[in-house]
Design a protein around this ligand. Sequence first.
Ligand code: ADP
Length: 161
Amino acid sequence: MSSIAVCPGSFDPVTLGHLDIVTRGSKVFDKVIVSVLNNRTKQPMFTVEERIDLLKEVTKDLPNVEVDYFDGLLIDYVKQKQANAIIKGLRAVSDFEYELQMASINRKLDDEIETFFMMTNNQYSYLSSSIVKELAKYNASVSDLVPPVVEEALRKKKQHT
Ligand code: ADP
């Protein structure tokens, strides 16, 4: 049986922290599906389509990585994709409580699907999409936090708002 993992998130926009988790995950699993959560309650900066395009661009050199989106329950989506694992990144203790709750609920819903946590690369432990958007808003450099295409996309977004 091949191992397929889903890496879910908002990716609004994708950062080098996300990319690090996806790249490392792609070395362990046969296939990684990076999936954008279409969360209608949040007000995102980038549309789902824009987030998907950026993710595709930055993962184009990883042949076993696929990009998709989902709404509804993560566990239903994971089953629909015939995946058997969920990958999440952990940045700090503050991520832990929420992730423990999610992993426990997901195990209760389907104990055949395992959640794997990967510790952030130290250099990205403070990095989140929100921080990137905040910096970009005030024209601070984000060049060592996001891939160049994302930096460009942030610049364009700013011009149009
Ligand atoms: P955020 O909006 O907080 O940046 P997402 O909801 O897009 O995050 O996160 C998707 C996944 O990526 C989550 O498992 C999250 O913990 C992980 N992640 C986000 N940023 C980092 C980072 N800098 N290092 C490691 N994992 C991260």
